[in-house]
Structure formats: C-alpha cells, structure tokens
Design a protein. Sequence first.
Length: 285
Amino acid sequence: MIALIPFTPDPVAVRLGPVPVHWYGIGYAVGLVGAYLVMTREARRRGLDPQVVDRAMVVVTVAGLIGARAYHVIDQWDRYAHDLPAIVLPPYTGLGVLGGILTGTIALVVLLRRWRQDFWQWADVVAPGAFVVQAAARWGNYANQELYGPPTHLPWGIAIDCAHRTEQWPCTAYPEATTGFQPLFLYESLSGVVGAITLLWVARRWGPRLRPGDLFLGWLIWYAVVRFGLETLRNGNWTFGGVPTAMILSAVMVVVALALLAWRHRPAARDADAPRIPDPVDPLP
C-alpha cells in the first residue's frame, strides 16, 4: 500500500506577515472565480442579464459558507464543544457542502423572487458553476489532509501523516512511510470537472428539449449520488441512527430531485409550455 504521492502537503501556502494564507481558502477562491466566469458566460448565452450574477454572487456565497460551516460544526461537535471561539475564528478549514447547498439555494430563491427573476432559469446557470467550485475547492482538502478513505493498493493512493489519521487507521498499524489512502477529495474534484463539462454540453446539445431547472436538478442528483457512494469509504462523521447523515441527506436529495423532474415533465406541464395556436378569426366582410 505504498502511496504514489509519498509526501504530505503544508496547509499554509504563504504567510503575509503574521497572517497565514491557507491552500483551503485559495482553492475556494479559484473555484469562485471559475464559477463566476462560467455563470456570466452562460447567462449571456441564454439571453439573461449577467449583472444578476454580479449582484447575487456575494450574498449567495456568504449564505452558502455559513450553512457549510454550520454543517461542519455539527458534524465535528466533539471538536468544537470545548472550544466555541474556534467556530467563528480563522482558519475556516472545515465546511460541509450539503449545508452550503441548502442555505445557498434558499438565499438564491429569496434574491430572485425579490428581483422578479425566474428561479429555474437561473438555477440552470448556477449548476455548472457549482461543479467548478467543487472541482477546485476539493484540493484544499488535500492540503489539509482530510477527505480521504481507507488504505488502498491503488497506485494513486496518498500519504496521510500520523497527526491526521483517524482512530481506525493509526500509524502503529499502517506505517506512515508505506501506506497509501484513497484520495476521496480527488474523486469529488474529478466529478466536478466531468459534471461541469457534461452540463454545459447537454445545455448546448439538447437545450430546446429541456425544461428550466433540469440542469439544476441533474446537478443535485449527480452530486448526491457521488457523495452517497464516497460516504461508504469514510468514517468518524456525523451519523443518525448509525447511518452517516450525509448518506441520508444525499438519498433525500436524489428522491426529491427525481420527483421534481417527473412532476415538471408530466404531460400537463409540457402542454402548458407548448405554444398556443390562436383561435380562427372570421374573415372580414
């Protein structure tokens, strides 16, 4: 189980005086810039006002980060229960994507209703951008030596130092110099790359056949299925009734998204979108 990448990274990219700049934050910043470029281009292609992206992105991002941080704190409550200031003080190296999806979506709904914009059209613009954020930000998990799975014989296993090991895989049983672990962060990053490309391709290839919101619901299903599968390789996370909470929420996301897809593609809904032929008018005398 020798790791292909035998070294462990430093989570701090650079220090600006006394202030450390973490790779985790850099990853999210790069992802947000990439998402902004994708979303503004998609908005223009669809005939939507790209300034809506400018106005909404900061609010939705902050709301998403608050929800993601809250999810992480609940997930790792044993760590924060005796150090409450660590919840709000930097470095913010723990975020739960599922919490961010919830609060970010709520913020987007509120803003778009206030601005009288169609949520489903904009949700389809956001979906590939969300994949871009995921693809870039997950490399911050690698720098923090988190989001990894069990020991593996696969050639792309990564090294995890003793200080970041879970109780299940201590260095006494799995020597640091000879053990590689499943890089779950990499799987999620690649999923984000492939997902963004797929959504953009589908939008151009089958755009006229899609209903507004199809890409957004497809993103929810894609992310939830991948997350559900990867949770089977993780341990030590928040559970409910002995089942990882992320698996439960992922399953709920898939069921809800599939139900919405079926509902929005029912014959009555398609007929409502079809262009109406005006009633014949009697010829003028």
